[in-house]
Write a protein that binds this ligand. Structure first.
Ligand code: PLP
Length: 381
């Protein structure tokens, strides 16, 4: 579906791509086709759909019109030929490893990625006979050395959760191509508005669509975009692993993603302001946000995103975990909750004494005022 809206702006495509008036009623918004199955008028019609001769649907685990609409829209936004969505980000990640790694395969992964992805690889890779090398993804020599003839994937997060460690996607793409491996990028933190990995040498771009794509903290979903031949293999895994998205959640994504540009602009602006504020506070030891010039990945992100750094930052307090727990307990406006990419600011004391902040779309002065009083309370001990 890539190229259908070539030349149009990002928000125009986020609003219109993949949508059409409902052929049965003229409904302007894509309906929620909340159905498990689809009926046929004749055996002939069924056979035509099953053979792919006619477009159509058979059973919602294999495809659904509401889900097709969001898949077309996300493919368009990522500049990809095709996309598939699934029940959660983890459902997509698991499907990717099933699709491309087999007993005897070797994969190179960043040693700084989302915790559940690490847990999946740690627990399941040995079961499936897949060998994993976890490397510092900013050390290109180490990656080159980790590559073997049986390496099938390089897997990383462009901005890592929660550290904001930055992957140099163009260089990783070259290494992958030189070695006949696929570069798979978890693009959750940046969203296709800020960064489109396929334009910079990645083979596949995936998301926890539960985050910025949904944008309102009301749905779990995952998405992946890339060339049709690769996406068809992931789609097959989603089907047989039994992790399709529900039509209702597809509809929540359709609604949420229409305002992605508006929200991301606000998230980025708010996060930069909060990061700059925190960087000046005596209680704070370090702020990890690529928008700060002190961040080691600042220049790469600046070049690849045109100077926008996303809505998530992490910071460590001098008083470590004890102080960050006091800080979290003292918050009044901002929620102490896991998750990110929501319109409301969410604060989560994380591993390695880091406090992760998903900066929302509130008026930032209100968020900063809440942080100010909670920092003060955290120092009182
Ligand atoms: C949340 C998250 C995931 C997992 O997505 P779910 O939708 O929670 O399954 C994967 N990668 C990153 C970077 C995430 O933040």
């Amino acid at each position: 579906m890539g190229g259908v809206s070539e030349g149009l702006g990002f928000s125009t495509r986020a609003i219109h791509a993949g949508e059409r008036h409902d052929p049965a009623t003229g409904a302007h918004n894509t309906p929620i086709y909340q159905t498990a199955t689809f009926a046929f008028d004749s055996v002939e019609q069924k056979l035509a759909v099953q053979s792919g001769e006619h477009d159509g649907y058979v059973y919602t685990r294999m495809g659904n019109p509401t889900t097709s609409a969001i898949e077309c829209k996300l493919a368009d936004l990522e500049g990809a030929q095709s996309a598939v969505v699934a029940a959660s980000g983890m459902a997509v990640i698991v499907a990717v490893f099933h699709a491309f790694a087999h007993p005897g395969s070797h994969i190179v992964v960043s040693n700084d990625i989302y915790e559940s992805t690490q847990t999946f690889l740690h627990e399941k890779a040995p079961v499936f006979g897949i060998d994993v090398s976890a490397v510092d993804i900013t050390d290109l020599d180490a990656i080159q050395q980790a590559i073997r003839p049986e390496t099938v994937l390089i897997y990383t997060e462009f901005l890592a959760n929660p550290s904001n460690r930055v992957s140099d996607i163009p260089s990783l793409g070259r290494i992958a191509r030189d070695n006949d491996a696929l570069l798979v990028v978890d693009n959750t933190f940046t969203s296709p508005y800020l960064f489109r990995p396929l334009e910079h040498g990645a083979h596949l771009s995936l998301h926890s669509a539960s985050k910025y794509i949904s944008g309102h903290g009301d749905a779990l979903a995952g998405a992946i975009a890339g060339p049709k031949t690769l996406i068809d293999r992931v789609r097959h895994e989603v089907e047989i692993l039994g992790s399709p998205i529900s039509p209702f959640n597809s509809w929540l994504l359709l609604r949420g993603v229409k305002t992605l540009e508006l929200r991301m602009e606000r998230h980025c602006r708010n996060a930069l302001e909060l990061a700059t504020f925190l960087d000046r506070q005596p209680e704070v030891e370090v702020v990890l946000y690529a928008g700060l010039e002190s961040h080691p990945g600042h220049d790469i992100v600046k070049e690849l995103t045109g100077g926008r750094y996303g809505g998530v930052l992490s910071f460590r307090m001098h008083g470590k975990t004890a102080q960050s727990n006091r800080f979290a307990d003292a918050l009044r406006l901002c929620a102490h909750a896991v998750h990110l990419g929501d319109v409301s600011t969410l604060v989560w004391p994380h591993r390695e004494d880091l406090v992760r902040v998903s900066v929302g779309c509130e008026n930032i002065t209100d968020v900063i005022a809440d942080f100010e009083q909670a920092l003060e309370a955290s120092s009182r001990g």
